[in-house]
Write a protein that binds this ligand. Sequence first.
Ligand SMILES: NC(=O)c1ccc[n+]([C@@H]2O[C@H](COP(=O)([O-])OP(=O)(O)OC[C@H]3O[C@@H](n4cnc5c(N)ncnc54)[C@H](OP(=O)(O)O)[C@@H]3O)[C@@H](O)[C@H]2O)c1
Length: 242
Amino acid sequence: MRALVTGGGQGIGAATVRRLAADGFDVAVHANRHLAEAETEAAGARSSGRDAFVLPGDLATPAGVRDVVDAITKKWDSLDVLVHNAGVYERGPFLAITDDDLLDCFRINLFAPFSLTRELVPLLRRSSSGRVVFVSSLLAFTGATAGAHYAAAKAGLLGLSRSLAKELAPGITVNVVAPGPVDTAILAGDTPARRAERQRWIPLGRIGEPSDVANAIAFLASPGAAFLTGTTVHVNGGQRSD
Ligand SMILES: NC(=O)c1ccc[n+]([C@@H]2O[C@H](COP(=O)([O-])OP(=O)(O)OC[C@H]3O[C@@H](n4cnc5c(N)ncnc54)[C@H](OP(=O)(O)O)[C@@H]3O)[C@@H](O)[C@H]2O)c1
């Protein structure tokens, strides 16, 4: 079984690479800036007997999406699992968000998952059980207090996944994981007070770990999730579930 994870060099993506490799998947580890870290993840997967390699590409550009599609198509003639993890948490008050900010945010968080899926459907169709997983966000459901463009892009993934769940059935399932706050570079700028405040909102009493999200992605990639499509798995410690 073969999986491609975008943004696999760090954070949730790296945890997903590790988990899928442990579950027996060969893994294509995509990265843009963190190529050395992605190579470390691929080497870890190889050391456990998996085929694993790095796919470079700036997914905020059509050329970068093309690079990833061309590279994976040269290596593999089929793909079982496509995990759209790469994303950027853009912040800013609504009145300060320019059209360029909006486009930049949409390019990586929505356009790239859209076009990468479209280009890889032929490979996914050659799987006996194709799976697409989008990494959205709790903010797609709650709204953001300073990041309307990010929340809108991540909400766009919900409409995209529900549409593709219908259009790509029966061969390919399409689902979403929606993390709440997770301990990655995205939260690195938090002050201790801000971190404590986030934690207070979470009924299970802690910030998420990258492995919490990776576990949900691995479930959606597993045989046990064969009858799930068009749905969202919330990974937020109980903050919100609809
Ligand atoms: N952490 C949270 O609290 C949280 C909550 C909800 C949703 N999420 C979502 O979870 C996903 C993973 O985020 P994370 O928390 O693991 O943060 P992260 O450590 O900052 O990882 C972001 C990943 O996206 C990739 N990426 C960013 N811009 C890219 C570009 N232009 N082209 C290609 N790849 C690009 C990065 O690759 P390189 O570093 O190689 O460039 C990196 O691997 C994101 O979609 C994020 O929106 C995170």
